[in-house]
Write a protein that binds this ligand. Sequence first.
Ligand SMILES: Nc1ncnc2c1ncn2[C@@H]1O[C@H](COP(=O)(O)OP(=O)(O)OP(=O)(O)O)[C@@H](O)[C@H]1O
Ligand SMILES: [Mg+2]
Length: 502
Amino acid sequence: MTERYVAALDQGTTSTRCLVFDHQGRLVSLAQRLHRQSYPRPGWVEHDAEEIWEVVRRIVPEALADAGIDPSQVVALGVTNQRETTVVWDRASGRPVAPAIVWQDTRTADLLPSVCRTLTEDEIHERTGLPLTTYFSGPKLRWLLDTVPGLQERAERGEVLFGTMDTWLLWNLTGGVDGGVHATDITNASRTQLMNLRTGEWDDELLACMGVPAAMLPQIRPSVGGFGTTVDPVPGIPVAAVIGDQQASLFGQTAFEPGDGKCTFGTGAFLLLNTGQQVVRSRHGLVTTVAHQLDGEPPVYALEGSVAVAGALVEWCRESLGLIRTPAEIETLAASVTDNGGCYVVPAFAGLYAPHWQPQAQGVVVGLTSYVKQGHIARAVLEATALQTQEVARAMQSDSGVPLRVLAVDGGMTANNLLMQAVADLLDVPVVRPMMAETVALGAAYAAGLASGYWPDQHVLRRQWHRAAEWRPQMTCEARAHELERWSRAIELAIAWGEPPR
Ligand SMILES: Nc1ncnc2c1ncn2[C@@H]1O[C@H](COP(=O)(O)OP(=O)(O)OP(=O)(O)O)[C@@H](O)[C@H]1O
Ligand SMILES: [Mg+2]
């Protein structure tokens, strides 16, 4: 019998990957390419949606060819993506009307008060599960409608379409101007701040409040279900799942039950806890989001602690500072000293996300003395990720009332032992990593494979989870308390620095 496979397309912030998995959930093939990051002004981050689509057109055939797989052997494709990044394109030409505004972009900070025209900030939060901040798509879309000449009118006439990256790719994969499917899934829709979390539908009052014409919005579908069939670049593959990257990694970690969670360390760090069919409101600065929805079933929800800058700080040390040549070198440099030498880096490049939600905060490096060397800075860079994770984990425990017993992790930064040890130390829980660290793509593949019957149920997937590494806490209580106290002071400084001058 011919072997059959499931493919995943993982459109991330920095790169896009196509991965092929077999029936045991083993990786068979991977093709990956970077795309350009544009920072045209302080706080602005843009992507070229056409460039990303061209990357997809190259890597999908590449991944199949590398493994010698015929497209007919791929039973389903799952699409997963960087969330919130906002694209508007012309329905007739298929061309974006402006650069995509990336989730980290803070250009909408000044526009936020004007967004609350007919609903208050609290009402928006109550309906969407999200605080009103620069992170989510609604204000980014408002900015485009305000700024691109004639766009509002064209949107009202249905001439232009809105989408997050999943929608942009799905539309192009399924035919683009020739009948492309204009849809999104409920996890991505839940990040736009235009969807009502309880109904899973676009909310007319939210649309009116943000001035967004319904004619430009994609249809919201369950994450695990049907999204049409590919036309380009490889025709005939059913797109059986669409799911936001952090929700995909929750799925890939097989965190299917209420109380299951994970933290992914990539460009940012994202801690998600499955709360089942319950919409849990956070009182400690987390967001409420949709974890996934199987076709014909109610949505499963999650609490999320989002940290905007984790691996992005390592990347900044490499690209902008030239402190290291590869991300892995940050560990070598950090290991050249035994502690941070009193130095702390708060990477508030996109303001501060959970649990602070301070869009105006700016990055600071504190505790500098002549004693501080490169190694101390490298350590402070890694500890910044661990300390931010500690903050969201603490908020998660306060909200859920359930103590964290173990933290399941994944993502590119989990290759860093020093960081993973710091996470275990600062959270005071064991940290475990599965064999398959590409859980974002794996989750999209699992979702697509479930939808198409390639895998019968979630139990089978759970049995495919195998532990590859574990880190146990070693830090003393006193040392931990000291680090947390220093960190909260550094955070206060980052917030104060970004405040308008008095
Ligand atoms: N050994 C390492 N130590 C520290 N950071 C690392 C290491 N290896 C990779 N990183 C960082 O991890 C990030 C890459 O991780 P990953 O591939 O999971 O992210 P990503 O999926 O590309 O992010 P996105 O999807 O947002 O593009 C980069 O920011 C990189 O700097
Ligand atoms: Mg990613």
